[in-house]
Structure formats: C-alpha cells, structure tokens
Ligand binder design. Structure first.
Ligand code: FE2
Ligand code: FE2
Length: 264
C-alpha cells in the first residue's frame, strides 16, 4: 500500500485574498496532515503555490514549510499553476528539478510506480498549455518507462472538461495532443490535478482522475454551458490517495473540521 497526500492551489499571498487568509488555511492543512498522515509516502502540491507569483510569496511558502519541519516523506513535490511565475518559482524553490528546456517537469520512482510531474503553466493566461517541447519530454519519458511500471501523472490544469467543453474556459488548451499521449501508453493509472478548486473524480480514456478543492478558496462546479466561476463558502480540502495492488481509493479531508467523535 502507498498513501499519497494531494493538496492543491494554496495561493499563498502576503495579504488576505477575498476575505480569506490563504496562509492560515494552508497552515491548518499542514497541521492536519502532520497530525493524521505523518505516515504518508508522498505529499504533492499541484500548483498555484502562490497567488501572484511574486518572490515574497514563494519565500513565505518556503518559510512555512521550513517551520513545519516536515519529515522527508512529507517534503512536498511541487509543480506550478497558472497563478505561479516560473522564474520566481525556480529562483526560490531551486531544489525542484526541471527538464532540459527549463520547464518544471520531473519524475520520481517509488517501488514499482513512476510518478510524473508536468508543467502546464503559460505566462499571461489562465489556460493550461502543453506545448511541443513539453510534450516531447513526456513522450520520451513514457517511451523509456517499462511496461510493468504503474504510471501516475500530476498536473495543474484539468486535461478534460469537467462538464462541457464550451464552459471549460481555463482548462488545458492542448487536450487533443495530451489525449494522444495518454492513449499511447497502457499503464497510466491515475491523473492528479487541481486548478478548478472543486472536488472531482472519474475516468478519462480508461484512466481514473481526481482533484481536490483549493486549501484557500473552494469553488462550486459549473453545470451551465457558459464559462463562469462561483463560490458558496464551502469547506476547503485536500485529498488522500490510497494505492494498493488492486486499485486506488481517493479520500477527501475537510481539514477545518478537526473534531472527530470515534464511535465507542
Ligand atoms: Fe488556483
Ligand atoms: Fe489554477
């Protein structure tokens, strides 16, 4: 069994954002993780690490992580989202690997699993991009991954529309190209993403997927045919994925609710 903590969209900022303190909420999530999931095998944060991509916010993020003095197994794996700035990210979080073109893409092997972290940030837009050079990196990596390895992909943007294509205003632009890559490899087991700040799960091309809400500001799903975002002050969360030899289970942790009554 393997336990993975999947947190997304902390939107760290030096000030309050729309009446919510993203730093306080992120700290609450970390406290909850340390208290309940210290035994996790991996901790991933799928982008929108900061809200405006400024150096101060990355330094603040780093400071928070340092203060928590997380054990090695909980040192977060990081990728950027549309609210991040790649240069400031790399300058301040310089331990995070990059590919030969400077994109924040890398992989990590654990037992028989390969975890691939990809970069869908394109500066100047909230829409996700997966341009040719990034695609080539992923295709090459997949071609060099044994067929008996189980592959898990972490990305910021949703690779499919969560309701209708016409209302997916800020999802991944290169859906068609990304789909081709996904169907080229049989052993991709799950896709973890964030970005929409809503809990979602399902199956795409036979590959299961999941997204947690933001730890900062959760949104609600848009079932209309037009692009729109809405919030209803629902709880923020993070996800806990349990991988075992027969499949994967995704739990959601509403970390602001900390009092548990275990039935006697
Ligand atoms: Fe976000
Ligand atoms: Fe985002």
């Amino acid at each position: 069994m393997m336990k993975i903590i999947h947190l997304s969209d902390p939107h760290i900022h030096t000030n309050e954002l729309f009446g919510i303190n993203s730093v306080e909420r992120f700290k609450c999530a970390l406290e909850h993780i340390v208290l309940n999931h210290r035994d996790a095998d991996m901790f991933a944060i799928t982008g929108d690490i900061t809200d405006i991509g400024d150096e101060d916010s990355y330094n603040l993020f780093k400071k928070i992580i340092k203060e928590f003095n997380l054990p090695l197994n909980l040192e977060p794996k990081l990728i950027p989202g549309n609210h991040d700035n790649r240069e400031n990210f790399k300058k301040t979080l310089n331990h995070v690997p990059t590919d030969s073109n400077g994109f924040i893409q890398y992989y990590d092997d654990y037992k028989n699993n390969r975890f691939i972290f990809i970069d869908t940030l394109e500066h100047g837009t909230h829409i996700g991009h997966y341009t040719l050079k990034r695609q080539e990196w992923l295709i090459d990596l997949l071609n060099n991954t044994d067929d008996n390895k189980e592959i898990y992909i972490f990305m910021h943007h949703n690779p499919l529309a969560l309701v209708r294509d016409e209302s997916d205003g800020i999802g991944l632009k290169h859906k068609k190209e990304f789909k081709e890559i996904l169907i080229s490899k049989k052993n991709i087991k799950h896709i973890f993403f964030g970005h929409q700040h809503i809990t979602s799960s399902g199956s795409y091309l036979g590959i299961s997927f999941s997204s947690p809400r933001s730890t900062w500001s959760p949104l609600i799903p848009n079932f209309s045919s037009e692009y729109r975002l809405g919030l209803a002050n629902t709880d923020p969360n993070y996800n806990v994925a349990i991988l075992n030899k027969n499949g994967i289970v995704i739990h959601t942790e509403d970390f602001l609710k900390t009092e548990v009554n275990w039935f006697k």
